[in-house]
Design a protein around this ligand. Structure first.
Ligand code: PLP
Length: 390
């Protein structure tokens, strides 16, 4: 189909070609202040008519590496449904992605883009999953992957990265520090950055989940989703899911955007606090707190996609919920023992969040929990939930 693809700044409407080296909006990125979310985040836009029934993406299908990312199962956790009288509860199980997390959706598009443009090296900072994901997809694509990772990252994630053959640079400090170091490196070397939110394709790649949820619910004879519970750290999965639903609305494949619930740990809740505040833009994030939670994948001090995610939540009437570490670990056990799905603590915030608000949601409405990462990625945290030392 005759499609034209470009980046557009949602703030000032400037447009840019989708090319290596283009990350942020030149004009809006000038507002950037230290210790604040990224300014000038770009969105992928198109003109033209996508082929019916397909997921329109800005890189042609032939460039995607040979590894089965996405099309993860959507299923009904029957015993949890019974226990909580929730006949319309669904799980979107993204632990089934090749590296065990949702992040593969973004890595897949970034790797396709790198292939199309002859880019050889991709670099990123990560709390663990983005790096193990890029390393896995990069291995399938034959890319060199360099990752900056906090030295504290869970062992399983570090081992995955090394097994996939990526270069691991341990950072003595937080994810936020790793993020800055990786940007210095990509600026200097000209390598492609896959930093989450900074590279707009990381948001675009994640939109596929919305298409799959809508298609799979339809196939199952269920209605379009009314609520989707999303674990949130930087807010890229949240924004990516919104992007997918916005696309689907534009294409006439849904009639309304579902209520997205941003589920955060109490100890890492910048987006929830920003949504509750009277401020917008970077001002809503002017009070950063050091993060502290058992859910390492959603532990961020400054959510890189905070401003963009906040704008989307406000625009579409999204909600936020915070849950304590003990609620997260209890939800992890409830999910595993009640459905057979062993999820990371970060992912278990989706169930913990739903458990907290479920009584306010009419029983007939369709709720989808986005389960983003496998429990095997952080066995130590899971042991904590069982009261075991490990
Ligand atoms: C990265 C990640 C999240 C959070 O995604 P953000 O885009 O940072 O909000 C949630 N769960 C898992 C397993 C992740 O790896």
């Amino acid at each position: 189909m005759n499609m034209k693809w470009f980046y557009r700044c949602p703030t000032c409407e400037a447009t840019y070609d989708i090319l290596p080296g283009r990350y942020l909006c030149d004009r809006c990125a000038r507002r950037q202040m230290p210790e604040r979310p990224l300014e000038g985040i770009l969105e992928v836009e198109w003109e033209g008519d996508p082929a019916p029934g397909t997921i329109p993406l800005p890189v042609e299908a032939a460039w995607f590496p040979p590894i089965p990312v996405g099309r993860t199962p959507l299923w009904s956790p029957v015993r949890i449904r019974h226990e909580f009288h929730a006949p319309n509860l669904w799980i979107k199980d993204d632990t089934c992605n090749p590296s065990g997390s949702f992040k593969d959706r973004a890595s897949f598009l970034v790797a396709a883009f790198a292939g199309k443009h002859g880019v050889k090296e991709t670099v990123l900072a990560s709390t663990g999953n983005a790096a193990s994901s890029m390393a896995a997809v990069g291995a399938a694509a034959g890319l060199n992957i360099k990752v900056f990772l906090p030295a504290q990252a869970p062992l399983a994630k570090r081992i995955q990265i090394l097994q996939y053959g990526a270069e691991l640079i341990p950072v003595d400090g937080s994810y936020d520090k790793a993020f800055d170091l990786s940007l210095e490196y990509s600026d200097r070397s000209g390598s492609l950055s896959r930093n989450t939110a900074y590279n707009p394709l990381t948001i675009e790649g994640k939109k596929t989940v919305a298409y799959e949820i809508v298609d799979d619910l339809k196939e199952a004879g269920a209605s379009t989703p009314d609520h989707v519970f999303v674990p949130v750290g930087d807010g890229v999965i949240l924004a990516g899911a919104y992007r997918g639903f916005e696309n689907l609305l534009r294409l006439g494949r849904i009639r309304k955007i579902p209520t997205l619930w941003a589920c955060q740990a109490e100890g890492s809740s910048a987006i929830a606090r920003a949504l509750a505040s009277a401020y917008s833009g970077a001002e809503a994030f002017c009070d950063p707190l050091p993060s502290s939670t058992v859910a390492d994948s959603i532990a961020v001090d400054v959510p890189r996609n905070g401003v963009h995610a906040l704008t989307k939540l406000r625009k579409h009437g999204g909600r936020a919920i915070t849950v304590s570490d003990s609620e997260i670990l209890a939800a992890q056990k409830t999910l595993a023992s009640g459905s057979g799905l062993f999820a990371e603590p970060s992912s278990s915030t989706a169930l913990a969040g739903w458990l907290k608000v479920r009584e306010s949601i009419p029983v007939g409405e369709t709720c989808v929990l986005l389960i983003t990462g496998s429990g095997l990625k952080d066995v130590k945290a899971a042991a904590l939930g069982l009261g075991l030392a490990c």
